[in-house]
Design a protein around this ligand. Structure first.
Ligand SMILES: Cc1cc2nc3c(=O)[nH]c(=O)nc-3n(C[C@H](O)[C@H](O)[C@H](O)COP(=O)(O)O)c2cc1C
Length: 331
């Protein structure tokens, strides 16, 4: 069907496969972003909560390790409202070092849109509901990412979240009618060539992949978490506020967090309000587990796609595998 061959996303960003590495906080470091760029995808460094030193180190590493111009960066929007120094740093680099694309998720992108446009970076906005699309278009998004609740990490809670399989075609139709030049990526649950081909069939121009690329050699995720993920099927994750409370992250409603549903999560998942009211003892257990690398209590951030993760390859080998599978599957 040549959907991958004719991808507008690949053409726009000079890619050989319509895949973007999700800008996963603390996992999508410079080595992973560079490996994805070298493999023909868009490599987005996970600027996450906007830690300036981390962003400077990892973004610089990404630039040094590739020369493809396929490097960008992503930030959590509501956190930028508190401290935008990492965004300012990356946009203030010499033109040839600036991000090819800048992705914003979880909050109103409009206050940052003019600065991003002036830098020359393409704005990518991740949304979880149809009703958020007009705001992204008003911000001038070149690419909208439709994130289903299957996704690993943060997304919309059970009351508000949508599934990738319906959100993507609905937003594709909306964009076709309202803003046909705006590109669309699907995110949430895409881990192999079937998922990429399906995303393109549903009307997306490509896929933004998190969990599957988290489980690669270059990812900065802890090795013990990656190994646990290989042995967990897709039933083994859950989406709640438990780990945000344990991590002292002040996430605004209606966002919460999908990760492996481990023993500490199970202990609190039906008593979230009680945990919020008195988190001290559980936090002590959690902190000790993080220090010890014990993922029965520490969080391992993956989505439902974990059930499709059976090995820990290099990112380059994985992207080649997904691309080949997708083309064979009729994408
Ligand atoms: C470990 C991890 C960290 C993430 N951190 C961020 C982040 O900092 N900013 C962001 O926009 N999205 C983040 N996400 C969500 C991704 O952007 C993306 O929506 C998601 O990974 C797609 O679903 P998948 O995990 O099933 O591929 C994260 C996802 C994971 C798995």
């Amino acid at each position: 069907m040549n959907l991958l061959q004719n991808s507008r996303f690949s053409a726009r960003f000079g890619l050989s496969t319509p895949i973007a590495l999700a800008p996963m906080a603390l996992a999508s470091g410079g080595a992973l972003a560079a490996a994805c760029a070298r493999a023909g995808a868009l490599g987005l460094v996970g600027g996450g909560y906007g830690d300036l030193a981390w962003t400077q180190r990892e973004y610089t590493l990404a630039l040094q390790a590739q020369d493809t111009g396929r490097i960008g960066c992503g930030f959590i929007t509501w956190k930028l409202d508190e401290d935008a120094s990492a965004l300012d740093w990356v946009l203030g680099l010499p033109p040839e070092q600036r991000p090819r694309a800048l992705m914003l998720s979880f909050g109103d992108p409009r206050p940052y849109a003019a600065r991003i446009a002036a830098s020359g970076a393409a704005l990518i906005c991740q949304v979880q509901r149809l009703e958020q699309v007009p705001q992204a278009l008003e911000a001038g998004a070149a690419v909208v990412v439709a994130q289903g609740a299957e996704a690993g990490g943060h997304g919309m809670n059970a009351l508000n979240g949508r599934a990738t399989f319906t959100l993507v075609p609905e937003i594709a139709d909306h964009l076709a009618a309202q803003s046909p030049d705006t590109l669309l990526l699907a995110a949430g649950g895409i881990a192999d060539g079937r998922g990429l081909a399906a995303a393109c069939l549903l009307g997306a121009d490509g896929a933004l992949i998190g969990s599957r690329l988290w489980a690669t050699q270059e990812s900065l995720a802890p090795q013990g978490a990656k190994e646990m993920a290989v042995h967990t099927d897709g039933d083994g994750t859950a989406r709640t506020a438990v780990f945000d409370i344990l991590r002292r992250k002040n996430w605004p409603a209606p966002y919460d967090f999908r990760a492996l549903r481990n023993a500490l999560h199970r202990q609190w998942e039906e008593r979230v309000d009680a945990l919020r009211a008195d988190p001290a003892a559980a936090r002590a257990t959690y902190d000790a587990a993080v220090a010890a690398g014990d993922f029965s209590a520490a969080h391992a951030t993956v989505g439902e796609a974990v059930g499709l993760v059976h090995d820990l390859p290099t990112a380059g080998a994985l992207i080649a595998r997904i691309d080949a599978q997708a083309r064979r599957a009729g994408g």
